[in-house]
Write a protein that binds this ligand. Structure first.
Ligand code: NAD
Length: 509
C-alpha cells in the first residue's frame, strides 16, 4: 500500500499549493482553488491555488528577463545544467513515477516509464547542447562567406495534456533550455500535482546556479491561462499537446499574431496484420497498444486491419486475451489496465459504445463500465465496417475497431482514410507488403512501424503526426530547430561590392 502522505511530502507537495512559480513560488490572492482527484477511486489528493492575472504577469515578465541572461550562457554550459536535471530525475524516479500513476491513473510501470522518458530527454538535450549546428553555403560572390546560425527564440509556452503529465513537458523543456529559451508551462488541470513536483525538482537545480525564471509554471484553466498564453505576443512559440479541437483553436490564435506553434494532437492509429505475420508478436503488440494506458495515449491503437486468412483466428485470440487483462488499481503491480481519467471520460466511452451499436458495429468483448469506485471501463473489441463514422474519431478510451481486409492495398487505403495521421504499423514477413507500407503510397502517418505496434516511441526519433494530428515534431532528430530562430549571414571580406544575381548599381560616390 502506498503511503500517499509520505509520497506527496517527499515531492514537496502540501495540502494546498501555490499554482505559479518562477523558481520562487507566487501566491495568487485572486486565484480559485483547484482540487486534484485520483482516478483510482475518485478521492481528492491535494489542492492548488490557480494563478491569477498578477501571477501570470509576474511569471511572463520574469521569464523574459531570465531569457536575456540565459541566452548568453554558452549552450554546452546550459547542457551541464540539464545533465544535473537528468540526475535529479533519476533520484526522484520512483516517487515521481508513483505520483504520475496516482494522479493520472496509468499503471506504475508506465508511470516510471514516463519519468524514464524525461531522463532520456535530458540525456538527448545534453548531447544536443554541443550540436546546434548551422550550415555553410558557397557564395556566388568572390571573397564572400555565407552561413546560417541558430539563435535562442525567447519564451516558449508549453501547454500539456493530462495523459503524459510530465514526459511532454520534458520533450519541450529539455530541448528549449539547451537552445537558450526560457519557458512557461501550463499543465492540464487534471494533473497539476505532477507539475508542481517537477517544478520543485527543477527549482533545486536552478537554485544551485542562482538562476530563476528559466523554467516557470502557471496552473490555471485553458479558458483563462491557456487563452492568455496563446494570445501573448511575448511568447513567440507555443508548443501545444492536446485534442484536435483545441489544437485548431491554438493554431488560429497563434497564427493571427504571426506567432509559431508546435501542435501534437490526437491520433486514430491503425495496425495491419497480414496472413504471413508472426501472430504471437502481433498479438502482444496489439494488446499493449490498444489496452495499455487504458486507451489514453495519443498513439493508442484504435483500428486493426486483419487480412482474411487470419482474421477469425486472431479475433478469437484477442477476445481470449482481453478476458484475462488484469484491471484495477494502477499502483498494484499485477494490474495491466487502470482507470480512465475522470467521469467525463467514462461518459465519452459509454457514448461511443451507444454510437457503435447504432452504426452497426458488433461488440465482441467489453462495452461496459466496471462497477467499482473510480473510473474503470472494460477494454472493448468491436467488429467494425468502413461506413462507421464513430471509428473515424478518437475516443480517448480502450475501444479497438477490427476490420477485415483482402490485401495490403485495401488495408492501406482504409488505414489512410481518416483525418488523423499519427502512428501506424504493419505486421508481415513479406518484403513487398512492408516496403509498400513504408513507401510514398503507404502509411500517411508521422510514425510508421514494421512488426511493432503504434505505442511506445523512443526518444531520439522526431515524434509527431500529419494531417489533423497537427504536423508538429518533438523529442529527437532535428526537432530542436523549432525552438530557435535561424539567421543567414553573409560576410564580404574583400574590397569589391558585387551584387547577387549579377545586378549592377554603379553610382559615383
Ligand atoms: P485537451 O485538448 O482537453 O487539453 C490539452 C491542454 O489544453 C490542457 O492543458 C488544457 O487546459 C489546455 N486548454 C484548454 N482550453 C484551452 C484554450 N482555450 N487555450 C489554450 N489551452 C487550452 O486534451 P487532453 O484531454 O488533456 O489530452 C488528450 C488529447 O491529447 C488527445 O486528443 C491526445 O491524442 C492528445 N495528445 C497528443 C499527443 C501527441 O504527441 N500527438 C500526446 C499526448 C496527448
Amino acid at each position: 500500500m502506498t503511503d500517499i502522505k509520505a509520497l506527496l511530502q517527499s515531492l514537496g507537495i502540501k495540502d494546498v499549493n501555490p499554482g505559479a512559480c518562477t523558481g520562487r513560488w507566487i501566491e495568487s490572492e485572486g486565484g480559485k482553488e483547484l482540487t486534484s482527484f485520483t482516478p483510482i477511486d475518485g478521492s481528492p489528493i491535494a489542492k492548488v491555488v490557480q494563478a491569477d492575472e498578477a501571477a501570470y504577469e509576474q511569471v511572463v515578465e520574469t521569464a523574459h528577463e531570465a531569457f536575456l541572461t540565459w541566452r548568453m550562457m554558452p549552450a554546452p554550459k546550459r547542457g551541464l545544467i540539464i545533465r544535473e536535471l537528468g540526475d535529479a530525475l533519476r533520484e526522484h524516479k520512483e516517487a515521481l513515477g508513483e505520483l504520475v500513476s496516482l494522479e493520472m491513473g496509468k499503471i506504475l510501470s508506465e508511470g516510471l516509464g514516463e519519468v524514464q522518458e524525461m531522463i532520456d530527454m535530458c540525456d538527448l538535450a545534453v548531447g544536443l547542447s554541443r550540436q546546434l549546428f548551422g550550415l555553410t553555403m558557397h557564395s556566388e560572390r568572390a571573397r564572400h562567406r555565407m552561413y546560417e546560425q541558430w539563435h535562442p527564440l525567447g519564451i516558449v509556452g508549453i501547454i500539456t495534456s493530462f495523459n503524459f503529465p510530465v514526459a511532454v513537458w520534458a520533450w519541450n523543456a529539455a530541448v528549449a533550455a539547451v537552445c537558450g529559451d526560457t519557458m512557461v508551462w501550463k499543465p492540464s488541470s487534471s494533473t497539476p500535482l505532477t507539475a508542481i513536483a517537477v517544478q520543485h525538482i527543477v527549482n533545486e537545480i536552478m537554485d544551485r546556479h542562482g538562476l530563476t525564471g528559466v523554467f516557470n509554471l502557471v496552473i490555471g484553466s485553458g479558458r483563462v491561462i491557456g487563452e492568455r498564453m496563446i494570445n501573448d505576443r511575448r511568447i513567440p512559440l507555443v508548443s501545444f499537446t492536446g485534442s484536435i479541437e483545441m489544437g485548431r483553436h491554438v493554431s488560429e490564435a497563434t497564427a493571427r499574431r504571426l506567432g509559431r506553434s508546435i501542435l501534437e494532437l490526437g491520433g486514430n492509429n491503425g495496425v495491419i496484420v497480414m496472413d504471413d505475420a508472426d501472430q504471437n508478436l502481433a498479438l502482444r503488440a496489439i494488446l499493449f497498444a490498444a489496452a495499455g494506458t487504458a486507451g489514453q495515449r495519443c498513439t493508442t491503437l484504435r483500428r486493426l486491419f486483419l487480412q482474411k486468412g487470419i482474421a477469425a483466428q486472431m479475433t478469437e485470440r484477442l477476445i481470449k486475451a482481453y478476458r484475462s487483462i488484469p484491471i484495477g488499481d494502477p499502483l498494484d503491480e499485477s494490474t495491466l489496465m487502470g482507470p480512465l481519467v475522470d467521469e467525463a471520460a467514462v461518459q465519452a466511452y459509454l457514448g461511443a459504445i451507444d454510437l457503435i451499436k447504432k452504426q452497426g458495429g458488433e461488440i465482441l468483448y467489453g462495452g461496459k463500465r466496471i462497477d467499482r469506485p473510480g473510473f474503470y471501463v472494460e477494454p472493448t473489441l468491436v467488429k467494425a465496417h468502413p461506413g462507421m463514422e464513430i471509428a473515424r474519431e478518437e475516443t480517448f478510451a480502450p475501444i479497438l475497431y477490427i476490420f477485415e481486409i483482402e490485401d495490403v492495398e485495401e488495408a492501406i487505403a482504409l488505414h489512410n482514410s481518416v483525418d488523423q495521421g499519427l502512428s501506424s504499423g504493419i505486421f508481415t514477413s513479406n518484403l513487398y507488403a512492408a516496403e509498400k507500407f513504408l513507401s510514398h503510397e503507404g502509411s500517411d502517418c508521422g510514425i510508421a512501424n514494421v512488426n511493432i505496434g503504434t505505442s511506445g516511441a523512443e526518444i531520439g526519433g522526431a515524434f509527431g503526426g500529419e494531417k489533423d494530428t497537427g504536423g508538429g515534431r518533438e523529442a529527437g532528430s532535428d526537432a530542436w530547430k523549432a525552438y530557435m530562430r535561424r539567421q543567414t549571414c553573409t560576410i564580404n571580406w574583400g574590397h569589391e561590392l558585387p551584387l547577387a544575381q549579377g545586378v549592377h548599381f554603379d553610382v559615383e560616390a
